[in-house]
Design a protein around this ligand. Structure first.
Ligand SMILES: Cc1cc2nc3c(=O)[nH]c(=O)nc-3n(C[C@H](O)[C@H](O)[C@H](O)COP(=O)(O)OP(=O)(O)OC[C@H]3O[C@@H](n4cnc5c(N)ncnc54)[C@H](O)[C@@H]3O)c2cc1C
Length: 260
């Protein structure tokens, strides 16, 4: 029951694996399922959005907390030994958004965004943020709750921040909290294996090893966004859009597009 829309050019900015393996028939796939077998989906994350009573002078606008020995953190997120029990990094990013934006928290409260890197394993589960509308998203199950692993990672991460930043009563001062887990990334954004930011920038998945922004099988099908070249992050995604414009204009010059 689809609708056919004709187009001269199609640009997919969705997850490349999803575009290739779910939106195209096998005969038209440049990167079929087996292409992905040896590739690395990168990392996912557990996100915590927390409203905290009182001020938090212990935290800066951006706080990066690094373990003294961060090898176990990489191992937990990327290593072959990662397990569902040990699948998150103790090196954590905290943004105190209320440090610079008065609109994000009422007077006397702070607003925190916490990014806990986690393995790209949808089995880690869902957070609580989208429970209300979970029946509307692809694969969402109405009435489900926050998964225990996500809840546990969030709880431990808050305890770690409290300990490292010296905010003993941080957990008790949280008045509202929502979480997002790897399964949310998989279901809401169709991201490969619940990854949060796109395939890892390993050597074999960077620069020209990362593939092309054009289908080899479907004429005028292009790819943009974090899962194709040049890669992850807003600036690189914008470059991916520029690259498509240049391809369409047959512009082979190096450097950015002219401003006009
Ligand atoms: C928690 C977090 C923090 C980050 N922090 C930073 C940062 O500080 N700085 C930075 O530069 N980058 C950051 N990034 C990375 C950056 O956000 C991404 O690289 C970038 O937003 C990806 O853009 P995109 O257009 O490729 O994908 P998206 O922004 O994910 O857009 C893809 C869109 O396609 C939609 N879609 C998927 N499948 C379909 C389909 N079949 N049909 C229709 N629509 C579909 C999705 O719903 C989504 O809206 C962060 C990422 C995360 C997750």
């Amino acid at each position: 029951h689809g609708r056919i829309i004709t187009a001269d050019v199609v640009v997919s900015a969705a997850d490349l694996k999803y575009t290739e393996t779910k939106l195209l028939p096998q005969s038209l796939q440049t990167h079929p399922e087996k292409y992905w077998d040896k590739r690395n989906p990168g990392l996912s994350s557990v996100l915590i959005y927390a409203g905290v009573k009182g001020k938090l002078p212990e935290l800066a606008h951006h706080t990066l907390l690094f373990s003294r020995d961060w090898d176990p953190d990489f191992e937990a997120v990327f290593g072959p030994q990662k397990s569902l029990q040990k699948s998150w990094s103790h090196s954590i990013y905290v943004s105190k958004t209320s440090a610079t934006d008065a609109d994000v928290a009422p007077e006397g409260y702070e607003n925190l965004f916490v990014l806990v890197p986690a393995a790209a394993e949808p089995e880690i589960g869902h957070g609580s943020a989208y429970i209300e509308d979970s029946s509307k998203v692809n694969g969402g199950v109405a009435g489900r709750g926050e998964d225990e692993r996500v809840r546990s990672i969030a709880k431990q991460a808050i305890a770690l921040i409290a300990q490292w930043a010296g905010i003993d009563d941080l957990a008790q001062r949280i008045v509202v909290s929502k979480t997002v887990g790897p399964a949310d990334f998989a279901e809401r954004y169709y991201s490969w294996s619940g990854g949060a930011i796109g395939p890892a920038h390993t050597l074999a998945q960077s620069a020209f090893f990362r593939g092309k922004n054009k289908s080899a099988k479907v004429e005028n099908l292009y790819y943009a966004g974090a899962t194709t070249v040049p890669g992850v992050g807003v600036p690189l995604c914008l470059i991916s859009a520029e690259n498509i414009i240049k391809r369409l204009r047959a512009d082979h010059t190096p450097g950015p597009l002219p401003e006009n």
